[in-house]
Design a protein around this ligand. Structure first.
Ligand SMILES: [Zn+2]
Length: 521
């Protein structure tokens, strides 16, 4: 027998959530983890070992560590399928301002270039917040502006060091942000226009297609828990040539693609104004350039028309909903019931740290399940189990990771969270599924395991010195606060013009209304 190894782990006697099992009162079982993979999930493994009986899945290995999960709930790790690490340090900076104003206030193109130390610190801090809330996979659609390879590598290394699984996409666009917002050209005076920017700005003198091809090719196997995706910011911010090139790259390399779409009414109106060739539809545009495939995931999808939802269903394209961020940016409510009715795969995300402002999938699940109530008085989907499914399997599917993460099954990666069932959220225990979605806030997450490695123990991340990171962040905030103040002051000077552009957008009929939910479009 080989000596016990920390890569062999036994979780003993917890209630193990199985999407296809008893979701109200999951069975008590043991989970055997060998070299990062779930080797077995069943009752009696610990008892057999105590009796010195052979456990076939263990072979000649010995248990390196045992976690007693009595009175605990074991759930698959969440997949935060829409997130950006670039504004982690701006949480709590903004009220519920409209999306286009928030973009100008929060995103990298408005700020001076940051230090590599700040990039690493904010990446770590965001990942820690995710992990402590039971998120084991995060899709970071990161803006690095201006682009700097050292910043990219600092981010990738931070993800490796903290131990979270990451699906990384560099957010890119080749249409200036100011061109993608309705009425800005008309109402913003010329002397303010230089300050206008979108979520991401085109890089100067860099071929975007070559860049994303090269960074993926040169780093594809460098980090064990990191996989790659493509990140065109949103269709209206990208040229035909760029999107067609990304479609070819996605097909060639089997890479997932994440893009924003129809988050706000303005993002929808600009499509009507600038994409006449495609009937004003960004879905038609995506189809024409070859991107409307099962590899594509469309974040937000709030102002999607019924006809476009049909097209998504036909193409097998995914959506990733971020309901909390949509509310905080006054963007409206996605047609959640329509996606469910058409069996469109839905992942859930938490979006930016300064527009939601929490990396908390419990909030996302609760909103996802509850929001259809603003427009559908009759009960119906999504139910609590659907929210859990979207927060795990649905998100994994967007990343091409279904079958590897999102469920606690033999052969899958050991990405999971252990929650305290003695927390008031679960007392009395009436339904694990409904209490996970409607009652739990994240307080009960005690232990988090990614790839078979304990990364959160007793509610603390053990891979990074959190206290040292807090001190570092405090130092980094001194110059950043000055920059935030300057950006906010600049935007305040433009506010009357920005609000005029918004009012014109809000006053324009685009045949859809998402301020009361599903509408009839
Ligand atoms: Zn986003």
């Amino acid at each position: 027998m080989t000596p016990g190894s920390p890569s062999v782990l036994l979780i003993k006697g917890g209630r193990v959530y199985d999407h296809a099992g008893n979701v109200d009162l999951p069975e008590i079982a043991d989970i055997l983890i060998v070299d990062g993979t779930i080797a077995a999930v069943r009752p009696g493994i610990a008892d057999a070992l105590a009796r010195n009986e052979k456990v076939p899945e263990l072979g000649a290995r010995m248990i390196g560590a045992t976690i007693d999960a009595a009175d605990k709930l074991v759930i698959p790790g969440f997949v935060n399928a829409h997130y950006h690490s670039h504004d982690v340090l701006l949480k709590g900076c903004f009220e519920t301002i409209p999306l286009e104003l928030w973009v100008l206030s929060a995103l990298p193109p408005s700020y001076p270039k940051r230090s590599t130390a700040e990039i690493r610190a904010r990446t770590l801090l965001g990942a820690i917040e995710c992990l402590r809330g039971g998120i084991t996979t995060v899709q970071d659609m990161a803006t690095i502006y201006p682009f700097d390879e050292e910043h990219l590598d600092a981010m990738l290394q931070a993800y490796e060091d903290v131990g979270i699984r990451c699906v990384f996409a560099l957010q890119i666009a080749d249409v200036p942000g100011a061109k993608s917002i309705p009425f800005w050209d008309e109402v913003i005076p010329a002397d303010h226009r230089a300050a206008l920017s979108g979520a991401v700005e085109p890089y100067k003198n860099i071929n975007l297609l070559s860049l994303v091809r090269d960074i993926e090719a040169s780093r594809r196997n460098r980090h064990p828990r990191l996989t790659w995706a493509l990140g065109p910011s949103s269709p209206e911010r990208c040229s035909d040539e760029l999107l067609a090139g990304l479609a070819a790259l996605s097909a060639d390399r089997k890479l997932p693609v994440y893009a924003h779409i129809y988050e706000s009414k303005a993002m929808t109106l600009i499509a009507r104004q600038t994409h006449a060739r495609d009937g004003g539809s960004l879905i038609t545009y995506l189809k024409r350039v070859g991107l409307l495939t099962p590899y594509l995931s469309l974040a937000h999808s709030v102002w999607m028309s019924p006809r476009e939802i049909e097209a998504l269903a036909e193409a097998g394209t995914n959506v990733v909903l971020s309901p909390v961020g949509n509310l905080k940016t006054r963007s409206g409510v996605a047609p959640i019931r329509s996606y469910a009715a058409r069996h469109v795969n839905v992942g859930l995300g938490c979006d930016n740290c300064s527009c939601s402002d929490a990396q908390n999938m419990f909030q996302s699940m609760k909103m996802f399940a509850a929001l259809p109530g603003v427009c559908h008085p009759e009960p119906g989907p999504p139910m609590a189990v659907d929210a859990i499914w979207s927060a795990t399997v649905g998100g994994a599917r967007t990343a091409g990771l279904e079958g590897r993460v999102g469920a606690l099954r033999q052969g899958m990666a050991a990405d999971l969270s252990i929650l305290d069932l003695t927390d008031p959220s679960f007392v009395p225990l009436n339904s694990v599924a409904r209490q996970l979605v409607f009652t739990e806030s994240g307080r009960g997450v005690e232990t988090v395991i990614v790839d078979g490695r304990v990364v959160v123990r007793d509610r603390k991340v053990v891979t990074i010195d959190e206290r040292a990171l807090r001190r570092e962040v405090a130092d980094l905030m001194k110059p950043l606060r000055k920059d935030i103040d300057a950006v906010v002051a600049r935007n305040n000077r433009m506010l009357p013009f920005l609000m005029e552009a918004h009012r014109r957008t809000w006053a324009t009929d685009i045949g859809l209304n998402r301020y009361v939910g599903d509408g009839t479009g």
